[in-house]
Design a protein around this ligand. Structure first.
Ligand SMILES: [Zn+2]
Length: 499
């Protein structure tokens, strides 16, 4: 659906998109192949580009012009939707005094640097004052929002990562997660464990890379639009409608990690590539929420990439590259891929325990937001929650409270969107499995049946609808987290032979 904007506005989005493409290129380059010594200059360039973009959009004359323009656009049009989304974003930060904003950027930079050092040394005490200052600063920024009502700082932060979400919604969601998954995890932990040592055998990195290419080929990734490279912590970066960069990390003794992260990141890529091409450069692409994106990466990783049909189809290639896989059956392989074991580190968590890692962070963020968190006791609070929900206790701050970088960058309100995305994925998958024979599509190598379903029902809309709206329209019923917990109950009861 072609969007028609006034020349001044089209020029604005073209210019912002140009800065954006340049910044994405520099960013991805830095985290993949750039030699380290160029980092300072690259960072300087990124800072200049983002300042130019910021000044362009936040110029008071420009904002006044956009406000006027918004009023002229017909209600219900995509153009109006796009312009309103941009204005709402701009107004979130527009009232922040320059010195307050600059102090925040400084606190953020200091905190990130301190976090790196503290994590290396497993030393929370060193990081504590930086964290406390940054979180206070981040919460303070929200008080300049026109939507600030005196006490809804966390709501504003949550909404910033996924439009329409707030604490009340997330409380209800996590209540279901707790109620349904904690007893299930206890049963799984008491059941006979699945031996996964075979998966952790040393495997050549070149061969793993070859297998990742085969995975992309099986998922019919278009090499003209997607490029895979390697990095420390896998991510995806979106350059344009026809150019997405995905990354993975090969560990010699963790074959599954790279394989599933390739599938996960391709899920993000596919979503972006299948958004209506006419939305390119607009907020209808850039405004896609975090839970929305994570719903699509986890859809591909968990519902497709961990399924038996998927591995049945990949098995011949797998054995061709790693002949020792011939000694395990497809059933044994799929059991190992889906095993669940309580662990300390979120990024290594299995599908079942993952939402509990998120619940713990959510509970701490609520304390940060209402001012009740005792920063002196944060490592202990963290450890106690891990013990309570997962039965494991970190031995140091590196594997405990310092493991993730989000808080060190002032990103509070981000974590909950990960768990919500998984639940959206489950409700979408339930409907897809009614519409098409997923197993048959995978086993016969017709991956396009899956991508076409996703494009038609989910992807093409971009941010013109929220993922909640899409989930409810596609499934024909209200969002229900029980669909997600029931899917996990069913899957893990079978896998661990629970009654
Ligand atoms: Zn992701």
């Amino acid at each position: 659906m072609k969007l028609n904007f006034e020349p001044f506005y089209q020029n604005l989005i073209d210019t912002l998109a140009a800065y954006g493409l340049a910044s994405s290129t520099i960013y991805t380059d830095q985290y993949t192949i750039a030699p380290r010594k160029g980092a300072a200059r690259a960072n300087e360039t990124l800072a200049i580009l983002s300042r130019l973009a910021f000044e362009l959009e936040n110029d008071p004359e420009m904002i006044a012009k956009i406000r006027d323009y918004e009023k002229q656009l017909p209600d219900g049009s995509l153009e109006k939707k796009e312009v309103s989304m941009r204005l709402e974003n701009l107004e979130e930060t527009n009232a922040i005094p320059a010195d307050v904003y600059q102090a925040h950027v400084q606190a953020r930079g200091d905190s990130e640097t301190a976090w790196h050092k503290a994590k290396e040394d497993a030393d929370y005490e060193y990081f504590k004052p930086f964290l406390k200052k940054l979180i206070e600063s981040r919460l303070n920024l929200t008080t300049y929002s026109p939507r600030f009502d005196g006490s809804n700082q966390y709501d504003l932060l949550l909404d910033g990562f996924e439009k329409g979400m707030n604490q009340k919604e997330y409380d209800a969601f996590f209540d279901v997660i707790q109620e349904e998954l904690i007893p299930l995890i206890a049963k799984v932990q008491a059941a006979k464990p699945i031996d996964t040592s075979f998966m952790n055998k040393e495997r050549d990195i070149q061969k793993q890379a070859e297998f990742s290419k085969d995975l992309l080929a099986f998922m019919q990734a278009d090499p003209g639009r997607v490029y895979l490279s390697t990095t420390e912590h896998p991510f995806t970066n979106f350059y344009s409608h026809n150019d997405v960069r995905i990354t993975t990390h090969y560990y010699p003794n963790q074959f599954l990690s790279a394989a599933l992260s390739t599938v996960h990141e391709y899920g993000h890529a596919l979503y972006h590539l299948q958004i209506d091409g006419d939305f390119d450069k607009t907020m209808l692409v850039d405004g896609v929420g975090c839970a929305a994106h994570e719903s699509q990466s986890r859809f591909l990783e968990n519902h497709v990439g961990r399924s038996k049909a998927f591995w049945k189809a990949m098995y011949p290639k797998l054995v061709e590259i790693f002949p020792d896989f011939a000694s395990v059956s497809v059933d044994e392989l799929v059991d190992m891929i889906n095993t669940s074991k309580a662990s300390l580190v979120r990024t290594e968590a299995d599908e079942l325990t993952y939402p509990l890692h998120i619940l713990i962070r959510y509970q701490i963020e609520k304390m940060m937001a209402d001012g009740s968190l005792d920063y002196d006791k944060l490592p202990e609070i963290w450890a106690n929650l891990y013990e309570k929900y997962l039965g494991v206790r970190p031995q140091n701050d590196r594997e405990g409270v310092l493991q993730d970088m989000h808080w060190s960058g002032g990103e509070i309100g981000y974590f909950p969107s990960y768990a919500l995305g998984s639940a959206y994925a489950a409700q979408l998958y339930e409907k897809m499995a009614q519409d098409i024979d997923v197993e048959e599509a995978l086993e016969s190598g017709h991956f396009e049946k899956i991508t076409q379903w996703l494009e038609e029902n989910v992807h093409r809309y971009g941010a013109s609808k929220t993922m909640r709206e899409i989930v409810e329209e596609v499934s024909g019923k209200p969002f229900d987290p029980h669909i997600y917990t029931n899917y996990l109950k069913d899957k893990y009861s079978k896998l661990y032979h629970l009654d």
